[in-house]
Design a protein around this ligand. Structure first.
Ligand SMILES: Cc1ncc(COP(=O)(O)O)c(C=O)c1O
Length: 376
C-alpha cells in the first residue's frame, strides 16, 4: 500500500467528516463553586437535604455493582401524575438519561440522518446545534419576534410545510429569552406535522407551569417527545439525570443508542429521593418566583434595558460593556453569563434568578458597577 502517496493523510486517525467540521459545545464550567452562581440557571441553594442523606447511605456494595434502575421510571410516572394528566403515563413511555443533554444527543443519534433538517428557533439552548452538526444535518433557525421575543408561530408553520424537517425542537420556556408557548399550540404543531419529531425541552417548565404533559396523549401524537431534568429545580446538576417522555416506540428507539449503564447509581438514588420530595422543589420554585417579582420591580424602576419572561433567568443590557460588568461582578463573587454572539441578544447578560437575598446581593453589585460608567 502506498499510504504516503495518498493525499490528506494525517498523523492521527480522522473522525467522520461531520465531526471534523463541527465545534463542540463549550461553556465556562470550571472554578465556579465558590461563587454565587447566576450563570447556568441551576438551583442556587442545592437539593433537598434528604438527597445528601440518601447519598451518604450508599454502601460499598452498591458502588461496586452496576446501577439498578427498577423503581425509577415508576417514581417519574408517580411524580408527573401528581400534577394531573389527561391520559395516564406508562413506564415504557419514560426514558432515563445522563442529563437531558444525553437525551438530546440520543434523539439526534436515533432520528437525525445526514442531510435531514433540524427546525428550531434562535436564540435558544446551545446544544441542539452541535448535535445536529454531528449527524450532518442542516439547521433552520427561526428568530424570535419583536422586542418581547415572541414565538414565531406562523414562520414555524411555514417552515414545517416548506422544509418538512425531521426534527423540530422548541424550548418552552425558551432559554435564554424566556419565551412561553401555550401547550395547546405545541400540540397543534405536532398534529400539523405528523412526520416531524417534535421535541419540547421543558427544562424550566416548573417556573411557568406550561407543560404539555397534562394534555398530551402520546398514542395519538407519537411524534411528540418531552424533556425534563432534575438539574435545575431539583438541584442535581452535578449528578446528571434527565428524562425523555413520549410514545413507547419512540422512547425505545432513543434508548437503543444509549449505553446500558449511562445513568450512574448515585444519580438513581438522588433522583428517587428528589422525586419523592416534591414539596422541597415547590418551595424552591416559589422562592425563585418571589425573587423574580422583586428583581423585576428594581429593573423597572431603573433605566437598564432588560427582558424577563418565563424561566429562572432574565436578560440585562448594561450601559457599560457586558463583559466589563461580567468581570466586575465576578470580582464581587457573582457569576453571570454574557450572551455575546447570540442572535438578537448580543451584548446582554443572562442572570439566573435565585432567592430574594441572592438577587439583592446581585442587584447591589450590579448597580455599584453600572454607576461606575457614568462616573467615568
Ligand atoms: C434548555 C436546556 N435544555 C437542556 C439542558 C441540559 O440539561 P441537563 O443538565 O439535564 O443535561 C439545559 C441546561 O442548561 C438547558 O438550559
Amino acid at each position: 500500500m502506498e499510504i504516503d502517496k495518498q493525499p490528506n493523510i494525517s498523523a492521527w486517525p480522522m473522525p467522520r467528516q461531520e465531526v471534523e467540521n463541527m465545534h463542540a459545545y463549550s461553556a465556562p464550567l470550571e472554578g465556579r463553586r465558590d461563587y454565587l452562581r447566576l450563570d447556568f440557571n441551576e438551583n442556587t441553594i442545592g437539593p433537598s437535604p434528604l438527597v445528601a442523606k440518601a447519598l451518604k447511605q450508599i454502601s460499598a456494595g452498591e458502588i461496586a455493582t452496576y446501577p439498578e434502575y427498577s423503581g425509577l421510571r415508576e417514581a417519574v410516572v408517580e411524580n408527573l401524575t401528581s400534577k394531573g394528566l389527561k391520559v395516564p403515563l406508562q413506564t415504557t413511555q419514560i426514558g432515563l438519561f445522563n442529563g437531558v443533554d444525553a437525551a438530546i444527543h440520543a434523539i439526534f443519534h436515533a432520528y437525525g440522518n445526514q442531510g435531514d433538517q433540524l427546525l428550531t428557533t434562535t436564540p435558544t439552548f446551545g446544544y441542539y446545534g452541535p448535535c445536529a452538526h454531528m449527524q450532518g444535518m442542516q439547521i433552520s433557525e427561526i428568530p424570535y419576534k419583536g422586542k418581547h421575543f415572541d414565538f414565531p408561530m406562523s414562520e414555524i408553520k411555514e417552515a414545517l410545510i416548506a422544509q418538512k424537517p425531521r426534527l423540530l425542537i422548541i424550548c418552552n420556556p425558551n432559554n435564554p429569552t424566556g419565551t412561553r408557548l401555550a401547550p395547546e399550540m405545541i400540540l397543534e404543531l405536532a398534529v400539523f406535522a405528523p412526520n416531524t419529531l417534535v421535541v419540547i425541552d421543558e427544562l424550566y417548565e416548573a417556573f411557568t407551569g406550561d407543560s404539555i404533559l397534562p394534555i398530551v396523549d402520546f398514542e395519538k401524537t407519537p411524534n411528540l417527545v418531552v424533556l425534563r431534568s432534575l438539574s435545575k429545580t431539583a438541584g442535581l446538576a452535578g449528578l446528571r439525570i434527565g428524562f425523555a417522555i413520549g410514545d413507547s416506540n419512540v422512547i425505545n428507539r432513543i434508548n437503543r443508542v444509549t449505553g446500558p449503564y449511562d445513568v450512574n447509581g448515585f444519580a438513581v438514588t438522588a433522583a428517587l429521593t428528589a422525586l419523592k420530595d416534591q414539596p422541597y422543589i415547590d418551595e424552591y420554585v416559589a422562592k425563585v418566583l418571589l425573587a423574580k417579582q422583586w428583581i423585576e420591580v428594581q429593573l423597572k424602576q431603573s433605566n437598564v434595558r432588560h427582558h424577563l419572561a418565563g424561566g429562572n433567568y432574565l436578560l440585562i443590557w448594561p450601559k457599560r460593556q457586558n463583559t466589563e460588568i461580567e468581570r466586575a461582578l465576578k470580582e464581587n463573587g457573582i457569576l453571570v453569563r454574557n450572551m455575546n454572539g447570540k442572535a438578537l441578544i448580543d451584548k446582554s447578560l443572562r442572570v439566573s434568578i435565585g432567592t430574594k437575598k441572592q438577587m439583592q446581593e446581585f442587584w447591589e453589585a450590579f448597580q455599584k458597577n453600572e454607576s461606575m460608567s457614568t462616573a467615568k
